[in-house]
Design a protein around this ligand. Structure first.
Ligand SMILES: Cc1ncc(COP(=O)(O)O)c(C=O)c1O
Length: 377
């Protein structure tokens, strides 16, 4: 049987990409805000329902630049339950991450824990819309307003997610996206910053281009964060397919929910509230103490059957060597994140996953649920 991996990038038919490449060959513009780059910025604004987007070579450079753009200093409150790039972007800016615990239902930063972590050195909050589930953006904004803090959302997972009919990417001061190959919308590698106004976008566009304002003026120690024309062209093609790809993800999500509802000890994340949308970018399950085997036993049992889930996010960011010395990284301070990271397993979800494969995965999980606990055996 073919191995099934946790994700597989969406690739439109190759022949559909050739005309885009021909245009690039014709224009001889390979990068530096060329025609494809400009078109993709415009089409993404229309698709996502936002006004100002700056494209980047990847999401990590977008995060690093977003922090630069708002001149963040000192301490930044963030989640330990994320991909390591969230916190790495702080270190790249010489900032101190302050980890706060997560909410057990949304798995996003718990606003009450944010407030408790604020010190005189705190200047910003970097929450993550984990798995595309919106953070409690109202509570976070209230805290930010009360303490005069900036909010930069790591929305790497939240492409196309809406809350009360509005793009979640409009929350906070800035949001960043990742278009990495594993994401619902990919440009091979890529990312973006969503700005609230043209002036902020202009500063970000300068920062991603070495700080150049014009041919002879450099106003900041900017980086090379530009997205190339080939990546932008691929994004334009992906946009032609995105509705169908998202619809298939929703079908797979629904199949899993039907098959796995009520399995003892297995918790699924909640469905979005009415008026909100999900992009079904991940399908995490939480393998609790009442499940027949441990999370790691389930992970290995599936692997033996050729099904490669991912313990995503495990370990916590705060457990990596460059973070664990921090006072906020002490395990006792984040019991929820610790527990979730030991229970989580992301099941495969991607548009090309067939119904048969979804059933094969669900069968394997259901079979595991009947296995006698090794410790008890
Ligand atoms: C939550 C989160 N933040 C940031 C990133 C970094 O994005 P990129 O890989 O495009 O640099 C990723 C994923 O890769 C992510 O999952």
């Amino acid at each position: 049987m073919n191995p099934i991996f946790v994700t597989q990038p969406y690739l439109p038919p190759l022949e559909e990409f050739i005309p885009y490449l021909e245009q690039i060959w014709e224009s001889k513009t390979l990068t530096n805000r060329g025609p494809m780059h400009q078109r993709l910025e415009k089409e993404l604004c229309d698709h996502l329902g936002v006004e100002h987007i700056s494209l980047f070579a990847n999401g990590t450079l977008a995060l690093v630049t977003a922090l630069q753009a708002l001149r963040i200093t000192g301490e930044v409150i963030t989640t330990p339950y994320s991909f390591v790039a969230t916190a790495h972007s702080l270190l790249w800016n010489g900032l101190t991450p302050v980890f706060a615990d997560i909410d057990p239902v949304t798995l996003n930063l718990d606003p009450k824990k944010i407030e408790a972590a604020i010190t005189p050195k705190t200047t910003a909050i970097v929450p993550v819309h984990c798995y595309g589930t919106p953070c409690d953006i109202d509570a976070i904004q209230t805290i930010a307003d009360n303490y005069n803090l900036k909010v930069i959302y790591d929305a790497a997972h939240a492409f196309g997610v809406k809350r009360n009919g509005q793009s979640i990417l409009k929350a906070g001061d800035l949001s960043i996206l990742s278009f990495h190959a594993t994401k619902v919308f990919n440009t091979f590698e890529g990312g973006a910053i969503i700005s609230p106004d043209a002036k902020t976008k202009q500063r970000i566009d300068q920062l991603k281009n070495f700080g150049f304002v014009d041919e002879v003026t450099v106003v900041a120690p900017g980086i090379n964060g530009k997205m190339s024309e080939v990546n932008a062209a691929f994004g334009l093609l992906q946009l032609q397919h995105i509705e169908r790809a998202m619809a298939r993800r929703a079908e797979i999500d629904a199949m899993y929910r039907t098959r796995l509802a009520g399995v003892p000890g297995l918790r699924l994340l909640e469905q979005p509230m009415p008026g909100n949308t999900s992009n079904h970018s991940y399908f995490p399950v939480l393998v609790g103490p009442d499940f027949s085997v441990t999370r790691d036993e389930l992970y290995h049992l599936m692997k033996e059957q050729g099904i490669h889930g991912r313990r995503y996010f495990y370990p916590l960011i705060s457990e990596f060597p460059m973070y664990r010395h921090l006072p906020s990284a002490q395990p006792g301070l984040m019991p929820v994140a610790q527990g979730i990271s030991r229970e989580v397993l992301c099941l495969p979800i991607y548009p090309a996953l067939t119904d048969e494969e979804v059933h094969r995965i669900a069968d394997t999980v259901c079979f595991a649920a009947t296995v006698q606990h090794k410790a008890a055996a």
